[in-house]
Structure formats: structure tokens, C-alpha cells
Design a protein around this ligand. Sequence first.
Ligand code: ADP
Length: 458
Amino acid sequence: MNKIVLKLGGTIMALFLVVLLPLGYVANQIFTNFYYNQVQEEISDLSQKYALTLPSLNNDMSVQMFQTLAELTNKEIYIVDAEGKVVTDSGLQLTNLSREDIQLLSEGQSVQKTFHNAEANNNYLGSGHPIVQSDGFQGAFFVLAPINDIQEPVEKIRDLLILSAVGALFLALGFTFLLSKTISGPLLEIEQATRDIAKGNLDIRVDIPSNDEIGSLGKAINDLAIEINRYRSNRSEFFANVSHELRTPITYMKGYAQVLKQNLYQTEEERLHYLTIIESETERMVGLINDLFDLSKMEEGKFDLHMTTLHLTDVLESAFFKVKMEFEQKGILLNSYFEENVPAIEADGDRLEQIFINLLGNAARYTERGAVNVQVWHEDNQVNVVIEDTGIGIPEEELSFVFDRFHRVEKSRSRELGGTGLGLAIVKHLVDLQNGSISVSSQVGKGTRFQLSFPQAE
Ligand code: ADP
């Protein structure tokens, strides 16, 4: 059973009852009192007037006239003498007045009371005033109104109230049903879609056109599905890449190890050559595994940095020293143009050096001749570094992908030159982790330029 319908319906019904019941009761009371008061006032007025105008109790003509008058307004008259004996009661045979009533009347006070007609089993509301003449208290004149007459309009109003309450209740029921349909329908759709997504059906989309909270929940579920999909394809691509990257060196190592085992070489030189290949492939694998380990920790956000205040130029000098050999071997110049008194930055010295070694290593790797220029300057509280080479360059359409893991512009060349395709991905993570930014621009055949910026230390 749809729970929202029940909850919402129950709440609305309860609210309705809480508001309607007391309201109905109060309205009923007000109307009843209003009618009673009105009738009471009317009969009290009449009885006073009649009591004043009645010439004598024994004047049958007058009594007859009052009788007719009363009948015209649907009232009854009831006249008693000074002892309380009935002079006329319109033939209603009403209950007699009590001693106290007569006492009150004889003292000049008016009396309001209910009379009962046993024969018709009918009640009357009566108001009596004393008849006083020159020789004193003569009796009392009562004007009576049948209570049924008062109750009738009150009952009509009560029926009307009940009817409108029932109508309102049905209206509320219909409204609740509609409301719960518009809420629970889309929620059920979202639930189903989420279950499908959990089962791995990531192409499913929730289609809720509304702009309210439920609509945005639907959109959030769709975004989640897209994100999981992206993550899944990213992950399988990653595993495919890793296994490929590992398989290649292992194939080489296995092949050359077999050659050596079966003595399939002619000279000692050849044997050394094969051993060197096995060694360099092993090194590549170690490098790859270390890079993978670092990258996975960075992607999980579990990579610890030891930030200190340092001078970026010192770190660059140390990186230059470590890559010097590569540059010398290829005959490429490494020029530095450092602005004087560059402010310090907050960074992890080892990780900053790793960034520079990587970028300088790439510059050397993808440059055949010419020079690699490194510039450092500061501007707007930022310390900037540019590493620019005169190498093969990167095509325009590849530029935005070079920081993706395993992305290589020329797969064979990168492998040949000892690259893993993870270097720039790690560089990007390390720069981000140290609050810096990195950008690349390049021209094929002319060279590549990496620019890094770090905020200067406070
Ligand atoms: P790799 O280990 O293959 O060098 P990187 O992540 O360091 O991987 O670089 C990704 C790709 O970007 C490289 O394969 C190469 O094609 C290109 N690249 C990086 N640096 C340079 C550069 N200085 N000049 C030309 N191409 C570069």
C-alpha cells in the first residue's frame, strides 16, 4: 500500500477534523443561542405589551383578540389569575405555574420558563409579565412560542453545516489523492531507477519534468548514473592500460630470459645486450608500479605532503643537477633565467622536485636538438615557472588530454623513450595538491611550453 497516500491523507483528515469539529460545534451553538435569544426577546416584548393592554381578566373579547393576534405570529397565549389559576391556555393544557413563579410575578417581575404540553408532547418557551391594574396584581400574561419552531431553523443550519463538512471532507480526500499521486508517482519511479542503477543498468534515466525538489532529486539520480558510468568505463580503461603496460615489459623479459636460458646468442656482447634489456625493462616496471601507487593514493586523496616554506629556485637547481646527465648525453642546452629575490612559496620540496624532474625529463625526451629554457619570475603574489623546449611539440587536439593518465601522443615513441604515460597525470595532481596551477601550450615541430604558478608564501 502506498504509504505517502496514507500519511498525507491521514494528516489532512486529522487536520480537517481538528478544525471542522470545534468550528461546527461553535457555529451550532451560536446559531441556537441566536434563535433562542431572538424568540425570547420577541415573546418577552409581546407578553409585556399584552399584559399592559389587557383591560381585565374577565374581558372575553380582549382575550379572544389577543388569541387571534398571537395566532397570527404563530404564538400561543396563557393567562393566569393572581392565584395562578389558568384563565386561558389556548386549549394547550400546559403544566401549571409554580408558587415561586406566582410569587415573582406578584412582585412585579417577569418569568421565563418552558411549558410542556403532554398531549402533543410539545415544549413551549414562555415569557410572562404581571398584569397590574389599579387594584393591584391581577395575574400574569404569558406569550409562548413552540420550541419546535425555534429548533427547526437551527436544525436546518446544523444539517447544512454537516453537509458542507462532508463535502469538504470529500474534497480533501480528492485533493489528498491527487497530491499523493503527484508526489508518490515520481518517487516510485525514482526508486525503480535507483534499483536499476544499483543492478548495473547505468543507461537508465529518470524522467521527471517538474522543477521542484522531486524534479531535482530525479536530476541528481541521473547525474549519479552518469558519474558511475564514467567511473566504470574509466576504471576498465585503467585496468586495460595497466595490464597492457605490465604485459609489454614482462613479454620482453620472458623472451630474453628464454634466449639466455637456451644459450641462443652468439657473442658475449649479445648476451650482455639481452641482460641490459631485461634490466631496463625491470626498471621500467618498477617505475610504472611506483607511479601507479602514487597515482592511486592521489586519486583516493590519501597522499600526504610535507609543506614547508621554500624557494622554488633552490628546488629547480637540485632538479637540474639530477637531470644534467640526460641533457648532456643528448647535447641539449639547459638554460635558466631566474628573476632575483623571487618570494618563497609553501610546498613539499621533494614533490616539487618530482614535478620539475618529470617536466625536464619530458623536455629532454621529446627534444632532439636545441635548448630547454627555464624561467622564474613573480607577479601578482604568484611565483611562475616556465619550462620551454624546442622539441617535437604536441598537436593542438591532443593538448587537453596530456594530463590524462596513460595518454600518449605517440605511443611507440613514448615507450621507446622509456615513458609510462603517467608522468603528466602525476605532475597535475602534485601541482593541484600544492595549490598551484599548470598549463601547456605547444606547436608541433617547434616546441612545448609548460607554465606553472604557485601562490607566494604569506
Ligand atoms: P610519458 O611517460 O609517455 O612521457 P607523460 O604523462 O609524461 O607520459 O606525457 C604524456 C604524453 O605527452 C607523452 O607521451 C608525450 O606524447 C607528450 N609530451 C609530454 N611532454 C612533452 C614535451 N615536452 N614535448 C612533446 N610531447 C610531450
